[in-house]
Design a protein around this ligand. Structure first.
Ligand code: SF4
Ligand code: SF4
Length: 350
């Protein structure tokens, strides 16, 4: 891991902090990573849409292959397959990419805190752009009262507990049975249909979340997303933390004001919270050189580009490994898709 030395705590000189520009550029680097990953997801989503259309009545395209990366949007299948792999020792043949991506994002959280949410997740990126739009338009974002904020933050953990309970109670045979059922085989198509043929209730909920996200920072991520909740819990084991050097801090509180997770960065020595997105917004606004950084065990600062390269390397090496090992694509012949996709709307959850 490329690191730079943390200035000794006794050293007061601001000139000692030679890596300042690294953190000044952190938000540009993060935005570049976020937008690249968003573009990749749009590309995969578009290819998957045309893949499905070619098997539907009225579809005018043909010869489109299924992008296995779409399984990044099947986190429950990823969780099921990981349990299947851990309990049976066999790499699943249905939606294996979901498991590899799930494992890669968990590993990113273990190494770089919740960098998946702060650097990669397309929903997190859209959410962030929405609240920044709200702040530009209305000159502020709204903060929920503390009692409501704490209560709502528990919601994502309740949802996560429900998913963990459901998946944890399934045997390897039950997982195999689910993922090889007609519903499981085309779980990705069902997800596409959810967005294409959205019911009124779902449209209202999504509309409320989108509008609410303009006013409240990271509304979805902070209160609802069980995937983010899991990444946050994994991040608790990460050695990397935002660390403040009290001797160099001038107590301006700019870091706490900038933090989208409302963490009291200005009074803590290190941020252990599961809510920290590793976004480095706090460091980018800190005027006191060397007072705030992201570091390992209090002795080393980690550069923003190390986080960017680290999450990119984890993601790309996992995909490359799965592809080279022949475990990336689902073992579903095209004739099965041809038969199942036109009927997908009728498949009920087993
Ligand atoms: S503490 Fe810093 S890195 Fe963590 S969420 Fe807040 S602003 Fe981002
Ligand atoms: S922004 Fe920097 S100087 Fe200001 S309170 Fe936070 S750590 Fe201290």
């Amino acid at each position: 891991m490329a690191t730079v030395s943390l200035p000794p705590r006794t050293r007061k000189s601001r000139d000692e902090w030679v890596r300042r520009t690294d953190y000044d550029r952190s938000q540009q680097i993060r935005r570049a990573v976020q937008l690249t990953f968003l573009a990749l997801n749009l590309w995969i989503g578009t290819q998957f849409y045309f893949f499905v259309r070619q098997f539907e009545p009225g579809g005018t395209v043909s010869g489109i292959s299924r992008p296995a990366g779409i399984e990044g949007w099947l986190p429950i299948a990823g969780m099921m397959n990981l349990k299947y792999f851990l309990s049976s020792g066999v790499v699943p043949v249905m939606h294996p990419a979901a498991m590899f991506l799930f494992a890669a994002f968990l590993a990113a959280s273990l190494l770089f805190r919740k960098a998946f949410c702060g650097w990669l997740c397309p929903v997190g990126t859209i959410s962030e752009y929405l609240w920044k739009l709200g702040r530009e338009t209305f000159r502020r974002n709204w903060r929920l009262p503390r009692w409501l904020d704490i209560g709502l933050r528990g919601l994502k953990y309740i949802l996560l507990a429900l998913f963990l309970y459901a998946v944890g109670g399934m045997s390897a045979a039950a997982i195999d049975g689910f993922l090889t059922s007609p519903y499981g085989l085309v779980a990705d198509v069902k997800m596409l249909n959810f967005f294409r043929d959205m019911g009124t209730a779902a449209a209202i909920v999504i509309g409320v979340l989108v509008i609410g996200s303009i006013f409240v920072q990271n509304l979805w991520c902070r209160y609802v997303c069980p995937y983010g909740a899991l990444m946050g819990l994994a991040a608790l084991a990460s050695p990397l933390r935002i660390r403040r050097v009290p001797e160099l801090c001038i107590d301006c509180a700019k870091c706490a004001k900038a933090c989208p997770s409302r963490l009291p960065v200005d009074v803590l020595v290190q941020i252990r919270s599961a809510e920290c997105l590793a976004c480095m917004e706090c460091i980018a606004v800190c005027p006191a050189e060397g007072a705030l950084g992201m570091g390992v065990a209090g002795r080393r600062w980690v550069r923003p580009r190390t986080v960017a390269l680290g999450v990119a390397a984890l993601f790309l090496s996992t995909v490359a490994f799965a592809k080279l090992a022949g475990h990336w694509d689902s073992a579903i012949p095209e004739r099965v898709y041809q038969r199942l996709i036109p009927q997908a709307a009728g498949f009920e959850h087993p």
